[in-house]
Ligand binder design. Structure first.
Ligand SMILES: *Cc1c(COP(=O)(O)O)cnc(C)c1O
Length: 503
């Protein structure tokens, strides 16, 4: 049956059998402002307020608990009737903005989060103004995404026709890489038949220090998290190459089919970088898809001092990383770079009449972004990334990355110089894992992290190293400087030991 909305309005076919008579339609009214001048003035106020907030971010608490009354106000009835924009903005200023998670603040050292920039904020506004849909079709916003892809191919030493795709974050970029590797290993018919039909038992190799999203990607891909071999790590948290080769041999002997190797450039706990050149060699010998999870660490390639540590990344089949971490682009801005665009499309391209390509017109262009991933409708993440890279330049972003690592070294030296604190892991990059020395350290570390977060000046997070809870400070934000590092150490040294002896 023809779809009524595909017919011209005057078509007699519109009156098909069973059609429901519509009640008299309300007067036509768009959602654009009736008074553009007043709207413009309000818009300028909102922009000014946000610039004020960004330029004074260091003067306010990094984080504060959300008051019960504020949370309660958020629980409102369905907003059937309109509210003036100015009033909604007042609510934002009172109830939302002060209770953000604080990653823009220079004292933020928790997890691994970027600080964002005013340039990124403005670009995000422009992208929302265009409201472009980057799933496909022939328009310039897609060329911006292609430009970023070409820049990343140059940066990482990939072929110039490498494919790339913006996604929410590295969790999804890793997942897409697993789907590409899966189709590559099993052949494209497996996309129709499903992986169960073949009865093949695929296995994927990564290290014990890999991010949890790698195992989840295998789970979501239907291969199963048990297919992940979490290979042992050395003292510096890099994958043990002998253990890796041994695991592959043992699996093949047991009837498994090794198909993928995931190296990490910047482990989530301590920032370790696997020996990527050695991994590339093993992947080549064993015919494995070589993927690098470089969520934050891959962009260390922008730092001349750190770039040599990533040697071998240019031999990867795919790299996942985030512009929203060390790249300082506002959330979210994850990215997948793939060496072989054909392998990439083989995992996703599909034939649908309503997405048919044309020689001319809006439906032009051979390959659309929807041929490279599961999303059809996609926002314009590329624009804030393009603005950030162009406005600051790669050298300045690289310098901020170098500085993060220097700050981590400063923190390590201050810890080593104190009697009360000690390092819990080597400082490989920008992350320092440490804690109180002496008995009862786990409890003191846990309580110290909470106390620091509540105080709102500097905020590390915690993790577990060798079975012990430790304080973890990750330097990612470009605003963080020596004063923040010193504030962290000074605050910890000033904390009472609540009964247990420190020295
Ligand atoms: C942050 C991180 C991820 C997850 O990235 P998201 O952008 O949060 O999805 C994966 N791997 C590593 C090593 C990370 O640091």
């Amino acid at each position: 049956m023809p779809r009524p909305d595909a017919m011209p309005a005057d078509s007699p076919a519109l009156r098909f059998e069973g059609a429901v008579a519509h009640p008299e339609s309300p007067p036509r009214r768009s959602l654009d402002p009736a008074d553009w001048a007043a709207f413009r003035a309000q818009g300028h106020r909102m922009l000014d307020d946000m610039l004020d907030a960004m330029s004074t971010v260091a003067d306010r608490p990094l984080w504060q608990p959300v008051p019960a009354a504020t949370r309660a106000r958020m629980r409102a009835r369905l907003p059937l009737a309109p509210t003036p924009l100015a009033a909604v903005h007042e609510d934002f200023l009172r109830d939302i903005a002060p209770y953000s998670s604080g990653n823009a603040h220079p004292g933020f050292m928790g997890w691994v989060q970027g600080g964002g920039t005013p340039v990124g904020m403005l670009a995000e506004m422009l992208a929302a103004g265009l409201n472009a849909n980057l799933g496909g079709r022939d328009h310039m916003p897609i060329e911006v995404e292609r430009q970023i892809t070409a820049w990343m191919a140059t940066l990482f030493g990939f072929p110039s026709d490498a494919s790339g795709l913006f996604v929410t974050g590295t969790s999804i970029a890793n997942f897409i890489a697993v789907l590409i590797a899966r189709a590559h290993a099993l052949g494209t018919p497996s996309r129709d038949e499903g992986i169960g039909a073949l009865g093949r038992r695929l296995t994927c190799y990564t290290s014990q220090a890999a991010h949890g999203c790698v195992a989840r990607a295998l789970d979501m891909a239907g291969i199963g998290a048990d297919a992940v071999r979490a290979v042992a790590i050395d003292r510096r948290h890099r994958i043990d190459l002998v253990a890796l080769r041994t695991a592959i041999i043992a699996d093949r002997a047991a009837g498994f089919e090794p198909f993928m190797l995931v190296g990490t450039a910047g482990t989530v706990d301590i920032g370790a970088i696997d020996d990527l050149a050695a991994l590339a060699e093993i992947a080549c010998d064993e015919d494995l898809w070589f993927h690098v999870d470089g969520a934050f660490g891959a962009l260390a390639i922008l730092s001349p001092a750190l770039k040599p540590r990533l040697a071998g990344i240019e031999r990867a089949d795919s790299i996942a990383f985030d512009f929203h971490k060390w790249g300082q682009v506002p959330y979210d801005s994850g990215f997948l770079l793939c060496r072989d665009p054909t392998a990439h499309r083989d995992a996703f391209a599909a034939d649908a009449a309503y997405l048919r390509r044309a020689e001319l017109g809006l439906a032009g262009g051979d390959h659309w972004p929807c041929d490279y991933g599961p999303d059809l409708s996609r926002g314009f993440r590329a624009l804030k990334t393009w603005f950030t890279l162009r406005t600051y330049g790669l050298e300045a972003i690289g310098a901020a990355i170098t500085r993060s690592c220097a700050l981590a070294q400063r923190l390590a030296r201050r810890i080593e110089a104190s009697d009360a604190l000690c390092l819990a892991a080597p400082v490989e990059l920008n992350i320092v894992c440490f804690g109180f020395a002496g008995p009862d350290a786990d409890r003191r570390n846990t309580e110290a992290v909470t106390a620091l977060q509540l105080a709102g000046r500097v905020a590390p997070s915690s993790t577990v190293i060798d079975g012990h809870t430790v304080i973890r400070a990750a330097m990612v934000n470009h605003r963080t400087d020596e004063r923040d590092v010193d504030a962290l150490v000074d605050a910890l040294l000033a904390m009472p030991s609540t009964g247990s002896p420190v020295q």
